[in-house]
Structure formats: structure tokens, C-alpha cells
Design a protein around this ligand. Structure first.
Ligand code: IPD
Ligand code: CA
Length: 243
């Protein structure tokens, strides 16, 4: 079973239907149903997916598929062109953890850009290799999410970066970190879900980035904080995040 080919097929189908789905209140559910149909046709999977949670396709799945049918739903529903399908794959085990995801696929549903990675085989955008691009912190662009209560912890980091951005799709933002557009992604709200970032964390790692996350599994939806950055920047960032 070619996992990336299966993910691309789901992506192609979903992108074709997206204009129709985006006008519906049921957008996320419709998108999820379509992705589940493509997976079911391809093989047996244990699926963890944003709307329905855990879904068993078949009796003896060899793979876990971690699906966010539309990451950036708010953007999609308002016509802001930054939202994505995200599918990560891991070997099936009830004990599998988030960072066991070995294959990641993220499709920008607006532009059609495909980000992919397989463990040990690098990361690609539209089949061409991509890599994180480290800069000095003073010259960096950092993606940050915060709420009132996590803002004080971020203050030193945010004032050290040259630019701070927030686009509303964690999956895609992490892919752009992998492509070298941003130097770090920080979300300390404890509010992201494993399904949001399963695929893109693999893509960041294969692009030479470093990720640190709360330890969460893949058997149910779990929330977590994420710090991802170009390798070599972790210590400096962590120091700035100290209270
Ligand atoms: C959201 C996006 C966003 C993040 C939110 C997520 P959704 O996912 O990833 O970047 O800040 O916490 O819920 O709901 O659009 O799939
Ligand atoms: Ca999401």
C-alpha cells in the first residue's frame, strides 16, 4: 500500500469538492467523509480524525491515519486562502505516539501545494526537496499563537524576533517553517490537537527542524503545546521562554 499515493488521491478529490463544501455549515464533516471513503477504498486503517475521533476501517489495520480534513476551517469558511488537508501515517499500535508518525502529507487546499515527508527520506514541496533555513533570532520570522495567559511567557521571544505572524492553520504554518519561510513556530496554549500537527511535525523534522511537544498518543484526540524551530535555535528559544 503506497501511503503517500493514497493521501494524494484524497487530496485531489477533496480539493475538487472544496468550493462546494466551503459554502456549507457541514464543511468539516463533508470533507472528513470524503477522506474516509478514499482511505477505506485503499486498505485497512485505524483513523484518528478531527470530527469523528477514532474510526476503525477494517479488522486488522496495519496503519494509523491521523487526519485533519480541513486545518484552518475558520479561514476556509471565510474565503481566507490558507487552509489544508493534513494526513499523517504511523504503524498501527494502540501505544503509538504522535512522533511515531513516519509519513506526512499536507495539501494547501487553495493553492494545491503538496508538502510531503517520509522518515529518513527528507521533506518535499511539490516533489522538490525543502529544508529549514536558520537565521539569527534578530532576523527571524516567528509564528506564534497565544492567549492572554500564555502571553507573558512569550514576551521576551516575541520582542527578540524581527517578525511575528499568525495565519490560522498550524499544519500549513509548520510546513512553511520546513520550507525555510519561518524560523520557529510556538504555541503554548495547550490547545492544538494531535490531528492538527501529526503530519507537519514529521515534515519539519525531515526538513532538518527540531520539534518538542507534550507527549500525546494517537488513539484519541489529545491537546498539546508545540515548539518547533530550525535546528540549533532550540536552546536560545527555550531560554527566552523561561518565566
Ligand atoms: C485550528 C488551526 C489553528 C489553530 C487552532 C486549530 P482547525 O485547526 O490549526 O492554526 O490555532 O487551535 O484548532 O480547527 O481549523 O482544524
Ligand atoms: Ca485542525
Amino acid at each position: 500500500l503506497n501511503l503517500l499515493a493514497t493521501a494524494r488521491r484524497a487530496g485531489r478529490e477533496l480539493r475538487r469538492r472544496m468550493p462546494e463544501f466551503a459554502g456549507s455549515r457541514q464543511m468539516d464533516l463533508l470533507a472528513e467523509k470524503l477522506v474516509l471513503e478514499v482511505l477505506q477504498e485503499a486498505g485497512e486503517f485505524f483513523v484518528l480524525t478531527e470530527e469523528s475521533g477514532a474510526v476503525m476501517l477494517g479488522n486488522e489495520p496495519e496503519h494509523i491515519a491521523v487526519v485533519d480534513p480541513v486545518d484552518g476551517s475558520y479561514n476556509a469558511m471565510r474565503g481566507v486562502p490558507f487552509y489544508a488537508l493534513s494526513i499523517g501515517f504511523a504503524d498501527y499500535s494502540p501505544e503509538a505516539r504522535l512522533l511515531d508518525v513516519h509519513t506526512g502529507y499536507v495539501l494547501n487546499l487553495h493553492t494545491g501545494d503538496e508538502f510531503e515527508a517520509e522518515a529518513g527520506r527528507g521533506a518535499r514541496l511539490n516533489r522538490r526537496r525543502i529544508a529549514c533555513r536558520r537565521t539569527e533570532l534578530e532576523r527571524s520570522c516567528i509564528v506564534a499563537y497565544c492567549t492572554g495567559s500564555s502571553l507573558p511567557r512569550l514576551e521576551k521571544l516575541l520582542s527578540s524576533a524581527k517578525r511575528v505572524r499568525t495565519f490560522g492553520s498550524a499544519a500549513l504554518e509548520l510546513c512553511h517553517l520546513a520550507k525555510g519561510d519561518f524560523q520557529a513556530f510556538v504555541d503554548l496554549r495547550g490547545y492544538l490537537r494531535n490531528v492538527d500537527v501529526a503530519a507537519s511535525l514529521r515534515i519539519v523534522q525531515e526538513a532538518g527542524g527540531s520539534v518538542s511537544v507534550d507527549s500525546v498518543g494517537l488513539s484519541r484526540i489529545e491537546r498539546l503545546s508545540v515548539l518547533a524551530c530550525c535546528s540549533g535555535m532550540e536552546e536560545e528559544l527555550r531560554r527566552l521562554l523561561q518565566p
